[in-house]
Design a protein around this ligand. Structure first.
Ligand SMILES: CC(C)(COP(=O)(O)OP(=O)(O)OC[C@H]1O[C@@H](n2cnc3c(N)ncnc32)[C@H](O)[C@@H]1OP(=O)(O)O)[C@@H](O)C(=O)NCCC(=O)NCCS
Length: 194
């Protein structure tokens, strides 16, 4: 049976970076990629991931399927100069390679982002998705994210203007009702075992 692990990544090997590039390329080609519409040159993608790891506010959460990284998300903490939003984090670039979907990886990755946000004393998580990203919309709504607005001019994909939905989730008591759903996430199960 496939083994899924979720990790807040600090040290990644060169082979991990290679897996991250592979996962990103397949997700972008599948049409559900974090901003990119076509895969950038491999070297650029590699530099992108290495850059993310260098930014202190960016917490990279990875999902492994049988040891290989197949899904990623970034929990972005507010910069130090932004006192007004010092308790508000953002989840961005959450994706799973097509070959690893439907196994609970994104649910686990999102739960780990939320737990990390709580550890940093965040009170809210904000995020946004294209209206066409139906799986992501289902995922976030099932986890208690509340849609508060829609931008009709959110993105342009293949010449077509696409709307985007904005979500927010309180991490205090308001988040409790989603906890039952998160109980089944792979990383939560792993925690219980350990
Ligand atoms: C959205 C995405 C990350 C889900 O990854 P995943 O690992 O397959 O998701 P999970 O297996 O953890 O599923 C969790 C929940 O997501 C929703 N979901 C996942 N795939 C779905 C699908 N094809 N259709 C509808 N809902 C879906 C369901 O609510 C599911 O819960 P359930 O299994 O209890 O029904 C993945 O489809 C993806 O990478 N999409 C393209 C990128 C994207 O849209 N990213 C988000 C914005 S940046």
């Amino acid at each position: 049976m496939a083994k899924i692990e979720i990790q807040l990544s600090v040290d990644l090997s060169d082979s991990d970076i290679g897996d991250m590039c592979d996962a990103a390329e397949t997700a972008i080609l599948d049409g559900g990629g974090f901003g990119w519409l076509k895969p950038p040159p491999r070297a650029l993608l590699e530099r992108y991931w290495r850059g993310v790891l260098l930014v202190p506010e960016r917490n990279l959460v990875v999902g492994r399927l049988d040891g290989r990284i197949a899904g990623l998300a970034q929990l972005v903490l507010p910069p130090r100069n932004n006192e007004a939003q010092s308790r508000i984090a953002t989840i961005t670039s959450n994706f799973v390679a097509p070959w690893a979907r439907g196994m609970g990886m994104a649910r686990g990755i999102t739960a780990t982002c939320e737990r990390t946000a709580r550890q940093h004393k965040m009170q809210f998580i904000n995020l946004d998705v294209r209206e066409t990203q139906e799986a992501a919309i289902q995922l976030y709504e099932s986890l208690g994210y509340e849609r508060w607005g829609t931008n009709p001019n959110y993105a342009i994909v293949k010449g077509r203007v696409v709307a985007g939905h904005y979500y927010t989730k309180p991490l205090g008591r308001g988040a409790r009702k989603a906890a039952a759903h998160q109980e089944s996430s792979p990383d939560t199960k792993a925690e219980k075992k350990s």
